[in-house]
Design a binder for this molecule. Structure first.
Ligand SMILES: Nc1nc2c(c(=O)[nH]1)N[C@H]1C(S)=C(S)[C@@H](COP(=O)(O)OP(=O)(O)OC[C@H]3O[C@@H](n4cnc5c(=O)[nH]c(N)nc54)[C@H](O)[C@@H]3O)O[C@H]1N2
Ligand SMILES: Nc1nc2c(c(=O)[nH]1)N[C@H]1C(S)=C(S)[C@@H](COP(=O)(O)OP(=O)(O)OC[C@H]3O[C@@H](n4cnc5c(=O)[nH]c(N)nc54)[C@H](O)[C@@H]3O)O[C@H]1N2
Ligand SMILES: [Mo]
Length: 750
């Protein structure tokens, strides 16, 4: 078994401290990439020091500031340590919360569930809302299905605009849910392993991994590989660290990515730079694809994207010559109604250049780890999916992701049709502060349910506004868990989270809370799991034949990775060579997309509002607005209450180009309003010479934990929510991708 090469067990004594090796996940929120770390516990059982683990082959002891401030987070006075309940009549009144026992809380949930089942005939009026990236998200569907026996599980970002467009396009076109750059996490020696090859060229597209994934693979790996000569091409309207070091920085207009991707493919095909053997053997629909991208010349794309055509030619040539080359594409691609098509074209770029599943290229992960992430193991998926919201309007989305469509669930909770949702669980989701478009509509509609339950660590605007029960969860320092890279979708390794201190107050882990609620309402399923480790081992880790205790003792476990699985017959259940698509090939012409009634080839479509498409709107709201570029300090709506992090990023900022600011007489640090037809929000102008002229880049997820929690203030959330400006159900034809990164607005002094 390829366990981690660590020199010590999981716990040891050092200078009077007990040292525990663990791994970050959540809370506090993090993306499932994970940094190994050492927690130093003093003789009073308190964490006194936090260090990165120097033996982690990727992070090599480094930690992001969000983890360096873990002590402030664990021992924060803002933490809620006891269950609380409130009369539903008093939602929005922060004074009305009362401490209760876990038994009281579980009784309230079990009674409401039973009442719903008795009256409705099934548990369908129960919905679980989930956020993203937290360890517990692996259990959200288990909550809805195995605890509540309801088909309704919903991630609330309109258009499922986080990874949804990407992972769906990848599974339709390549047959793998999450192809990603090979950073060698599967090897104990990381990028020093002799089986690995440093990529010669890396396209970083609409992503800023030093901030968004600094804890784990991408952030450190980009810097390490850059030092070893990897050349960068960066597609980003803002000057980032990576863009500043790139051979080509393509500073495109937000929302035009599909045009650029098509044009790069155009150059590679028309100049015959593609890998003819690979294309012939392993792809489907090349002729049709070539004909389509011919319609997007570099000159046309240059015009659409507002960049130089010559740069498109040269970037395409640089990428085509690289062996291996790789592309990572991020959230900017997802947050557009044209996102599926952009992803399709980018994935095709990888296929044309044969950069699929070989060392240092874009790899497909180890597919058999998928079970570690999926929550649907106890269900009959067909039966479940047919009942999910949005199945008729957006079958591609619901059937591919097996979640409710968020705008469709909003329709149902607003109208009560076809039936009202009666109990709602907020499972690591701060709805009105962060994921939801039209947040005021969501707030009002969420109040229609009879019982709303929040499972979180601090009081949030959402819990304050709409919830009746608050169940306090503990931090990862207080629990046993594992981290499977991207929930196993790109299985490369599994890391151990080891409980370092006892949970504070009466807080409990997400798994404990789920088991205990499960034992109340469906003991036939849940009674068998009497503790977290038994549950994790039996239910999940048995699939890969290791136990949590083994992983904890060795720090981590690496997948025995096979490259070129398509050639070896390792991808298809029939054992034949090929990809897991209907034709067995990478479908440049996608028969899956065609089966959803959509154009099977990539195309470019202007953002819903843009200077080109809606000039009248643009005369009123002249700036292109992109939102949510990540910061060093925060994870979505979290951590504003952590003093060190708040000191680094004290106010919500909107980045504006120097020339634009001069014209409007706006100075750095000044409060401004951003406004469009959907609403407005107040932020601080941050003048940046490196952001594209005519564009604004506003942070997301803000609220003020120091302000009054009660309605109508709700921690100031509605004044500062950038999603006041995002529209309702403005998504691509298949339901994917809302324009969170390609809106329009006006800016004026507050
Ligand atoms: N305008 C705009 N809006 C955006 C984005 C953008 O770029 N622009 N980004 C979007 C994206 S990509 C996403 S994924 C969504 C994110 O949206 P969400 O994932 O819903 O994130 P949060 O709103 O921060 O809510 C997470 C809550 O979970 C709690 N929490 C953290 N860890 C745990 C845990 O382990 N267990 C439990 N029980 N609770 C936990 C936190 O304290 C927090 O209150 O936001 C989206 N919103
Ligand atoms: N610190 C921190 N890390 C996080 C998160 C967090 O909240 N905080 N959230 C996590 C989550 S859930 C996600 S989804 C990831 C997202 O992380 P990333 O995929 O890195 O995405 P963003 O940071 O939203 O945006 C990345 C870049 O896209 C650029 N950009 C903006 N609009 C466009 C456009 O239209 N086209 C192109 N090509 N580029 C554009 C921005 O300038 C920015 O530099 O981060 C994860 N990691
Ligand atoms: Mo996300």
């Amino acid at each position: 078994m390829p366990f981690g090469n660590v020199s010590r067990p999981s716990t040891w004594e050092e200078d009077g401290y007990k040292v525990v090796r663990t791994c970050s996940w959540s809370p506090p929120g993090d993306h499932p990439t994970a940094a190994s770390m050492l927690l130093y516990i003093n003789d009073k059982g308190v964490i006194e020091k936090v260090e990165g683990d120097p033996e982690d082959p990727i992070t090599r002891g480094a930690l992001p500031v969000r983890l360096l401030s873990l002590i402030e987070y664990v021992y924060s006075p803002n933490r809620i340590l006891y269950p609380m309940k409130r009369d539903p009549e008093k939602r929005g009144n922060d004074e009305a919360w009362q401490r209760c026992s876990w038994d009281d809380a579980y009784d309230m949930i079990a009674e409401k569930w039973q009442q719903i089942v008795n009256e409705f005939g099934s548990a369908e009026p129960v919905v679980v809302y989930v956020g993203t990236g937290r360890s517990c998200q692996g259990w959200s569907a288990t909550w809805s299905c195995s605890v509540f026996n309801s088909p309704h599980c919903c991630y609330m970002q309109s258009g499922w605009s986080c990874a949804g467009p990407r992972t769906s396009a990848m599974s339709w076109v390549i047959g793998a849910p999450y192809a990603f750059t090979d950073w060698a996490p599967q090897f104990p020696e990381g990028i020093d392993d002799p089986r690995y090859k440093v990529p010669e060229c890396y396209i970083l597209w609409g992503s800023e991994p030093l901030k968004s994934n600094p804890d784990g693979y991408w952030g450190h790996s980009i810097v390490d590989l850059y030092k070893r000569g990897m050349k960068l091409i960066v597609v980003d309207p803002r000057l980032t660290w990576e863009a500043a070091r790139a051979e080509y920085w393509l500073q495109i207009r937000p929302g035009t990515d599909a045009a650029l991707a098509m044009a790069l493919c155009n150059v590679i095909i028309s100049e015959e730079l593609y890998d003819k053997d690979f294309v012939e053997r392993w792809t489907f629909g090349f002729e049709q694809f070539a004909a389509r991208v011919k319609t997007m010349t570099p000159e046309m794309a240059a015009d659409i994207c507002e960049i130089d055509a010559q740069d498109i030619y040269e970037a395409a040539r640089l990428f085509a010559a690289a062996d291996p080359g790789t592309v990572d594409f991020g959230l900017a691609i997802d947050q557009s109604p044209n996102g599926n098509q952009a992803c399709h074209a980018i994935v095709s770029l990888l296929a044309l250049t044969a950069n699929i599943d070989k060392p240092g290229a874009t790899i497909l992960g180890s597919l058999d780890l998928g079970g570690l992430g999926s929550g649907y193991t106890d269900l009959d998926p067909a039966n479940l999916i047919d009942k999910q919201c949005g199945i008729d309007e957006f079958p591609a989305l619901v059937r591919t992701l097996m979640f409710d469509d968020p705008d469709s669930i909003l329709d149902q909770i607003e109208s009560g049709k076809p039936f009202p949702m009666r109990m709602q669980i907020f499972h690591a989701a701060n709805a009105i502060a962060c994921p939801c478009n039209v947040p005021r509509r969501w707030e009002k509609a969420l109040k229609n349910a009879e019982l709303n339950v929040c499972i979180d660590i601090v009081m949030t605007p959402t819990a304050s506004a709409v919830c009746d029960l608050f169940l306090p969860v503990c931090t990862f320092a207080e629990m046993d868990m594992y981290v499977s890279f991207w929930y196993g979708a790109v299985g490369a390794d599994v890391k151990g989270i080891k409980k370092a201190i006892e949970p504070l107050g009466e807080s409990k882990s997400d798994v404990t809370i789920m088991r205990e609620v499960g034992q109340r309402i469906r003991p036939e399923i849940w009674d068998q799991y009497q503790d977290d480790i038994a549950f994790l081992n039996e239910k999940k880790l048995s699939a890969i034949g290791v136990t949590l205790e083994e992983i904890q003792e060795h720090g981590w476990w690496h997948v025995d990775y096979e490259y070129e699985k398509h050639a070896k017959g390792l991808l298809r259940s029939d054992g034949n060579p090929g990809f897991l698509t209907p034709t067995g090939r990478i479908e440049l012409y996608s028969t899956m997309i065609e089966s959803w009634g959509e154009d099977p080839l990539p195309y470019y479509k202007e953002p819903p509002t843009s200077p080109v498409k809606t000039p009248d709107y643009a005369s009123k709201y002249p700036f292109v607005l992109s939102t949510g570029q990540r910061t060093w300090s925060y994870f979505h709506s979290e951590l504003r209450h952590v003093p060190l992090l708040r000191e680094i990023e004290p106010v919500p900022r909107v980045e504006i180009n120097l020339e634009d600011a001069k014209k409007l007489d706006i100075i750095d640090g000044q409060w401004v309003w951003l406004e469009n037809d959907n609403g407005r929000t107040k932020m601080v102008a941050s003048i940046q010479p490196g952001v594209k002229q005519g564009c604004l880049f506003a942070q997301h997820g803000w609220w003020y934990p120091e302000q009054d929690a009660s309605a109508p203030n709700l921690f100031g959330v509605f004044e500062v929510n950038i999603n006041n400006l995002t529209p309702y159900k403005t998504v691509g034809n298949m339901g994917f991708g809302a324009p969170y990164k390609c809106l329009m607005c006006n800016i004026y002094k507050a």
